[in-house]
Design a protein around this ligand. Structure first.
Ligand code: PLP
Length: 364
């Protein structure tokens, strides 16, 4: 089976052993090293490590001190953590539609979703492709709204000359399947000294000095054992991303002209990091999207549907008092058509050609 993701953390062994031998296995020098690496990558003054990407989003929203009736405008086509974080932070979620080419929120629909209660924008850089920040950042500035970027899938991506995560509060995930992993982990990036200070307090029970509490906090800490896993990957990120880009190019060339299949489109100015390589299986295809996925599995090619439904399209959210839905035709069409194929850095040339020939055989 050619897996949809493959993780290699073997390079971290010496660092993990160093932590074990030090006896200092909770927060310490490795967390600091990982934070420094992230701040450098994103070009922000601060990076604050937390225990997962969902926590990063929750904490980012919490330090903004949103009013009780605050609405956060986000994408309906995302992993459920985006929505859960908004709800966990006590805010109301409102959705903008997506751009059908990039799968990220379309700025004109974000503009249309703004209300008197809108308190933050939460674009999602889906599949490793940045949302249109060149349009969203000025839109937020004009409306006086902070930006929280869900960059969980987009470590190292850039758009309009700037790294994702540098437009306000950047939230990254270091979960096992993400482009850089610490098994579980998250990171928040910001240039704002006050927010950074509050995030560090919030992460550690609101504690200034020993038993001196400045705010009602939580335990959002990352451990040194986890941080050690991510340090070598972050150091090699350019190389790992270059491999993803090469694989994406090979897939797009190899799959070009396949009937009923649309290969991914990279938006203008976007530097995509290919967390996922996601095609659309259109109505013209000989088989349905789901049948293509089944036949790929039978042929030993892994694939994934990210995501089969809009994020709120479940009873627990449809009936939730703090979820505001509406018609979102572009996102609904994407959910019905998308299929992600393996693009991870460990793919071999032979595996890439197996993926291409198998898809072409099934679609004719
Ligand atoms: C993975 C992911 C998250 C959450 O990250 P965890 O580390 O799993 O908590 C949030 N948003 C998106 C878009 C993700 O893909």
């Amino acid at each position: 089976m050619i897996p949809i993701t493959a993780v290699d953390v073997s390079e971290a062994e010496p660092l993990v052993i160093e932590v074990l031998r030090s006896g200092d296995i909770a927060a310490g020098p490795m967390v600091q090293r990982l934070e420094d690496g992230f701040a450098e990558l994103v070009g922000t003054r601060h990076a604050i490590a937390v225990n997962n990407g969902t926590t990063a989003l929750v904490a980012a929203l919490q330090v903004l001190d949103l009013p009780p009736d605050a609405e956060v405008v986000t994408s309906p086509f995302t992993f459920v953590a985006t929505l859960n974080a908004i709800l966990q932070a006590g805010a109301t979620a409102r959705f903008a539609d997506i751009d059908p080419d990039t799968f990220t929120v379309a700025p004109d629909t974000v503009n249309a979703a703004l209300t008197a209660r809108t308190a933050a924008l939460l674009p999602v850089h889906l599949y490793g492709q940045p949302a249109d920040m060149a349009a969203l950042a000025p839109l937020a500035r004009r409306a006086g709204l902070p930006i929280v970027e869900d960059a969980a899938q987009a470590i190292g991506a850039r758009t309009a000359g700037r790294p994702v995560g540098s437009h306000g509060l950047g939230c990254f995930s270091l979960y096992a399947t993400k482009n850089v992993t610490t098994a579980e982990g998250g990171m928040i990036t910001t240039d704002d000294d006050t927010l950074a200070e509050r995030l560090r307090l919030l992460r550690n029970q609101g504690m200034h000095g020993r038993y001196d509490y400045a705010l009602a906090g939580h335990n959002y800490r990352m451990t040194d054992l986890h941080a050690a896993l991510g340090i070598p990957q972050l150091a090699r990120l350019d190389e790992l991303t270059a491999a993803r880009r090469r694989n994406a190019r090979a897939l797009t060339e190899g799959l070009a002209g396949t009937p009923g299949l649309r290969t991914p489109v990279v938006g203008g100015h976007a530097e995509h990091v290919w967390h996922q390589y996601t095609v659309r299986v259109t109505e013209q295809a000989r088989v349905s999207r789901d049948e293509l996925a089944e036949r790929l599995t039978a042929a030993g090619v892994g694939s994934g549907i990210y995501y089969p439904r809009l994020v709120f399209d479940y009873d627990c959210y449809r009936e939730h008092p703090r979820v505001r839905t509406g018609p979102l035709p572009a996102a609904a069409a994407a959910a019905a058509q998308v299929l992600s194929l393996p693009v991870h850095p460990r793919l071999t040339a032979a595996e890439l050609s197996t993926i291409i020939t198998t898809v072409r055989e099934i679609l004719g």
